[in-house]
Ligand binder design. Sequence first.
Ligand code: SF4
Length: 450
Amino acid sequence: MALTGIEILKMLPKTNCGECGVSTCLAFAMKVAAGQVEIGACPYVSEEVKEKVGEASAPPVRTIKIGKGDNAFVIGGETCLYRHEKRFEHPTGIAVLVRTDMGEEDIAGRLKRFNELHYDRVGLVLKADLIAVNDATGDEGAFTSLVGHVQDECPDAALILMSEHAGCLAAGAKACGDNKPLLYSATRENSDAMAEVAKEAGCPLVVSGESLGDAAELSEQLQGMGLKDLVLDTGARTIRAAFEDHVAIRRASIRHKYKALGFPSICFPCKMTEDPMLEAMVSSVLLAKYAGIIVLSDLQGDILFPLLLERLNIFTDPQRPMVVEENIYPINGPDENSPVLITCNFSLTYFIVSGEVEGSKVPSWLLIKDTEGLSVLTAWAAGKFSADLIAMFIKKSSIADKVNHRNLIIPGYLASIKGELEEELPDWKIQVGPREASHISPFLREWQPG
Ligand code: SF4
């Protein structure tokens, strides 16, 4: 049974030393009870207390790792119902399906696209994460051979092994070695055998019910057999049923701490339609509400990229803007005659501005000032991108040593601080750049030192 914050506080040293990153033991205890931090963050608690509090500190949706060691793909670990309450912890895994009854070309195409469809966006690489290998024929040899082939071709992929036969799953898991796959799946008919395979291989196991209630009962049964790492499949194969089940699972686990449903889910848009566009739409709905893994029939850029962007937006921390480091960024090989631009460290601004500068082909110096992740106007309004702070940054940066002119291009939206900045930086001539990033390229091509 979960412990309250006060009960947890009684087990803490109560010295308020702050080493856990929280200022008081009481605040720390409250966070532990809410599942927001691990009890182990306090270096002074005994193993006995860690074990006792473990239940209370565990997130209501269990964290499941698929793959190898530190590089494992992680799902679950969620602590809230809505992103704005805190943040969603682990992004939905995007998987592509390959089957033993597919032709070699079909399989090769999917694996190739898995490896090649990578997108750089705001400093992150967006890509699919898992490959689901489906034993469509019950042929153990063909299955393990395909598992080995997938591992050789896509060493970065976390694997889902799918078979109705416990023997095939056991052989497939063995072929994976320490790259622990997710095993699919235990049903009412085969749960004993599948539980043994999962225990023996040390792999997480999917609980496959015919309905939400069925999956919950089976989950309780498997937990009773000592299995801790489970993933839920409620058997829903329509968007409405899958949507309802996912919302019910999340509410039951977060609001009611219902242990039978306290696990991430897997769902199969690939089995809900044969229309790729509809499959993408189903996936986008389930990605938002609250799928742990979605399995796609294929990977195509026009479908994968929007899903990856949606995922990026949902799984960023709303309380922490994405930032880039305060620094001088050389673009297109600048020299002492190149223009100098400055902007904020909100990552989207940086990547848009740096992309435009790069596209202009004009060698330039881009100065990024730490504005705590705020965009230009917001940072200015919050006093984090004011003339005195910009001047301080320019003086402490080594940009004056890199150029033989003294021209600084500020964002068009900061035109109002031009005079103030010239007072703060008397050696520099302040030039007002364009308001819109799309106008940077022509601006730079015509730029002349003042
Ligand atoms: S590290 Fe432990 S003792 Fe120190 S404030 Fe945190 S909970 Fe209290």
